[in-house]
Design a protein around this ligand. Structure first.
Ligand code: DAH
Length: 353
C-alpha cells in the first residue's frame, strides 16, 4: 500500500505533541486512547500493516514498531511527570523551613511533687504502698483508734457510699449506707488507712510511704478541695524513737525545699499516735509567703492500740507515722496561692511547670 511508511512519521509527531502536552493524568489517558487505544489512530495504522505486500512488510513493520516503542516511552515519561506533579503540594513549598515540632506533654505539678517526695524516701529505704480509695470505717477510723463519736466520722465530714446488697450488715444498712461487718463504705478521708492495710498483711519491720488521693466534704476554696492528695509514712521496727522521726522528716524536707529548711515539732493530738505532733517548717520559701513557720504535716509515734489492732506486739515493736498534704507542699514550692488551680486543668497554668 503506497504511502504507509510515509504516514507513520507525521502521525507519530502529532501523537508525541499531544502526549507531551497533556496537563493532567485525565488528559494523558485521553491522548493515549486517541492514538494507542483499540480504536486509536495509531492502532488503526498498525492494522493496515496486514494489507501490505510481502516485500513492503518487513521495513514497514520495523518502522511502525519503533514508532510505537517511542510513543509508549513518551507516554510513560509523561505519566511519571504528571504523577509526581499530582503528589506535590499545590502551593509553592519552602523545603528549607524548619519542621513542625510536636509539643511534648508534661507531668502535672502534683505528680512532679509526688515523684520528688517518693524519690527522697526511696533513698533512705522506703517503698511505696497502695490501698483502696473506697474504704470501710474499720480501716479508716476504728483500727486507727478513732472512736465512733469522733467528728471525722460525721457525715458532714466524710463521703459515705450508699450501697446495699451482698455483704451489707445490719448497722450500715439500717443507716442507709453500704458496707459490711467492717462498717460503712466511705471515701477515705486520709491515707492513714493504708497503715492498717499494710500492717495486717505483713509482719514488721515496715518502712512504707503511701501517696494517694483522699476525700473530704469540704467546699472548694483557695485552700480546700473535696479531693486532694496526701503522703503517708509508716516506720515500724525495734527501738524506733521520735529522733528517728524528726531526722527523717528533716532529711526529706531539706531535699524538697532546700538545704536552708528548718523544721519544728509542736505537740498535737491524733488518736493513732502518742505522742503526736504537728510539723512546721521554715525556709526562704515560707518567708516569701510572709510567714516564718508554716504548718505542713501531722505525725507521731504509733499508738500501742494501733499495733494491738493489727496483731503487732507493742512491747516489742515501736514506730512512727506521718501524713502530709501534697498540694500544700506543691503550693509552697511553686508559689501557688489557690489549690483549685491544680484541678482546673487550664493549660496556661499547667504549662508553667
Ligand atoms: N491523717 C492525718 C490527716 O489527714 C495526718 C496524719 C497525722 C497522719 C499523724 C499520720 C499521723 O500518720 O501520725 O490530717
Amino acid at each position: 500500500m503506497a504511502g504507509f511508511v510515509e504516514q507513520i512519521e507525521p502521525l507519530k509527531q502529532t501523537a508525541l505533541v499531544e502526549l507531551r502536552a497533556a496537563q493532567d493524568l485525565v488528559a494523558l489517558e485521553q491522548a493515549r486512547v486517541n492514538y494507542l487505544g483499540s480504536h486509536g489512530k495509531f492502532t488503526a495504522l498498525m492494522k493496515q500493516l496486514g494489507a501490505l505486500s510481502k516485500e513492503e512488510k518487513p521495513a514497514a513493520g520495523k518502522a511502525i514498531n519503533s514508532a510505537k516503542v517511542e510513543l509508549e516511552g513518551a507516554l510513560a515519561e509523561r505519566r511519571n511527570e504528571l504523577e509526581l506533579k499530582a503528589a506535590l503540594p499545590r502551593e509553592p513549598t519552602d523545603f528549607t523551613l524548619p519542621g513542625r515540632r510536636r509539643v511534648l506533654g508534661k507531668l502535672h505539678p502534683l505528680t512532679q511533687t509526688t515523684e520528688d517526695i517518693v524519690r527522697s524516701f526511696r533513698k533512705i529505704g522506703f517503698v511505696v504502698a497502695d490501698g483502696p480509695e473506697v474504704e470501710d470505717e474499720y480501716h479508716c477510723f476504728d483500727a486507727l483508734n478513732t472512736p465512733a463519736d469522733h467528728p471525722a466520722r460525721d457525715t458532714q465530714d466524710t463521703f459515705y457510699l450508699a450501697l446495699s446488697g451482698a455483704g451489707a450488715s445490719r448497722s450500715p444498712v439500717e443507716e442507709g449506707r453500704g458496707g459490711n461487718e467492717r462498717g460503712s463504705l466511705l471515701l477515705r478521708t486520709h491515707t492513714s488507712s493504708v497503715q492498717i492495710r499494710v500492717m495486717e498483711k505483713q509482719p514488721p519491720p515496715v518502712r512504707i510511704i503511701v501517696p494517694g488521693r483522699v476525700y473530704r466534704r469540704d467546699n472548694a476554696d483557695a485552700t480546700h478541695n473535696p479531693t486532694f492528695q496526701q503522703i503517708e509514712g509508716l516506720y515500724v521496727d525495734r527501738n524506733v524513737t521520735v529522733g528517728d522521726l524528726k531526722g527523717t522528716v528533716e532529711f526529706v524536707f531539706k531535699e524538697l525545699m532546700g538545704s536552708e529548711t528548718r523544721i519544728r515539732f509542736r505537740p498535737h493530738y491524733f488518736s493513732y499516735t502518742e505522742p503526736s505532733f504537728e510539723i512546721d517548717f521554715s525556709s526562704p520559701l515560707t518567708r516569701k509567703m510572709g510567714k516564718e513557720w508554716l504548718e505542713i504535716a501531722g505525725c507521731g509515734m504509733v499508738h500501742p492500740q494501733v499495733f494491738e489492732n493489727v496483731g503487732y506486739d507493742p512491747e516489742v515493736w515501736s514506730g512512727w507515722a506521718f501524713g502530709f498534704g501534697i498540694e500544700r507542699i506543691a503550693m509552697i514550692r511553686y508559689g501557688i496561692n489557690d489549690i483549685r488551680l491544680f484541678y482546673e486543668n487550664d493549660v496556661r497554668f499547667l504549662e508553667q511547670f
